[in-house]
Write a protein that binds this ligand. Sequence first.
Ligand code: ADP
Ligand code: MG
Length: 238
Amino acid sequence: MPLPANSQSDALGAPLLRAQGLRKMYRDGSRTLEVLKGADFQISRGEYVSVVGKSGSGKSTFLHILGALDVATEGSISLDGEEYSSLSAKKLAKIRTRKIGFIYQFHHLLPEFSALENVILPGMIDRVPLGDLEARAEEMLTRVGLGERLQHRPSKLSGGEQQRVALARAVMNDPLLVLADEPTGDLDQQTGREVLDFILEQTVKANRSLVVVTHDPAVAERADRRYRLEDGRLAEIA
Ligand code: ADP
Ligand code: MG
């Protein structure tokens, strides 16, 4: 199985990502809300890890912090040997673009753009010729079964197809880690299962690591390891 090209190291056994002692506080007027209270987490290369937790337990907050879209109040995260807190904003943005892919519950596709454009636009990396990006995006969309839908706008696609476009976008830059926030939350069970099959095919089967935050027991159960987020901490489910 080829390793994703964006890897700095391929040390066997070492986790791809390790988070330790994550705390996150939000100010709510005069009160402080502590959403994460020392959460520890790790994931290895090619592993599928799920995180379940009640609504409001901090699942999205946690995922955004792992993906460097938000910053923890305390704690450390290292991805592929690089500690987030030691990186400049510019370097961190680079890691976010090149090593991490995101999938959201409501896909966040741009309504005015085609499927192909949606896959190309957010991950555009300087100095990569547009023709190459187009070829890559077309290949990714074909892999998720949308080779015949390249020019469709999101409104002309079903919910499952929209999530497959979001998947193609998430893996466009050959990330090491894919983070999915309730990716099947808006889909019926059968479509949700199909979308998860596509996600697994394009992530763990290609030796990428996958974190899925979900309400759906059927999605959580298929993971290699499972965590529950409760009272600001992550406990591994045996
Ligand atoms: P989940 O994804 O598990 O439903 P979230 O991570 O979205 O939970 O939210 C966890 C808690 O943090 C909730 O009580 C939410 O209201 C609060 N919260 C999330 N984002 C913010 C923010 N930017 N400012 C203040 N409170 C927030
Ligand atoms: Mg959420």
